[in-house]
Design a protein around this ligand. Structure first.
Ligand code: 45D
Length: 170
């Protein structure tokens, strides 16, 4: 189910960025919308907090380098254990998992952004477009962004294809 028709071209532009830039843009948007995200909001019932937290607990134990690799692997749909577990989550639970990662970056349990990191201008453009969306459209965009990430071990062809350029860049 796709709800973000409004933002389809923004989503394509986001996915066309290098994998690290996708992470960086995602982070910068989180810092803007973070305080408005309320895990207890109506509709949160479709998220499975204990499953998102279980997966997050595994990630927390890894080294910072591994944490970064893992996030890149999710975006590029690489076949790893965590990618497989991630792919089995519902879209809303995937969103919750990314939200936990972002919170972890803020409380020191997940590798932080490098100090003084600056987005290249093409990524800056995408970020500006995302910022102009309403909060609801941003959520819909991110739901669609995180949905095809991970590795679907059922072998089903994943037509949602997460990243394009980043796969080639591996
Ligand atoms: O060295 O219905 C770089 C729920 C460069 C509730 C890097 C919800 C190199 C139910 C790659 C930049 C809350 C689930 C390093 C709804 C380098 C419900 C590192 C809504 C170190 C609607 C970059 C949830 C890194 C929402 C580590 C809206 C980047 C959730 C990491 C939104 C970026 C979540 C991360 C968002 C970004 C999460 C982890 C926007 C996460 C963003």
């Amino acid at each position: 189910m796709t709800t973000s028709h409004v933002a389809d071209d923004i989503l394509q532009a986001l996915r066309a960025l290098e994998v690290d830039q996708q992470l960086a843009v995602f982070w910068f948007v989180y810092t803007e919308m973070g305080e408005s995200i309320t895990p207890a909001a109506p509709g949160a019932s479709t998220a499975a907090p204990e499953i998102a937290e279980g997966l997050f607990a595994q990630v927390k134990e890894l080294s910072q380098d591994e944490q970064l690799e893992l996030q890149r692997a999710l975006i590029t749909q690489k076949d790893t254990q965590i990618s497989r577990e991630y792919a089995a989550l519902s879209d809303t639970t995937k969103l919750l998992f990314w939200y936990l990662l972002a919170q972890g970056m803020n409380n020191g349990t997940i590798i932080p952004m490098p100090a003084g990191y600056e987005l290249p201008s093409d990524s800056q453009d995408v970020l500006e477009q995302i910022k102009q969306l309403s909060f609801e459209d941003q959520i819909a965009l991110f739901r669609d962004f995180v949905s095809p990430m991970g590795f679907d071990s059922t072998g089903g062809f994943n037509s949602k294809t997460a990243s394009t350029k980043s796969e080639a860049a591996q």
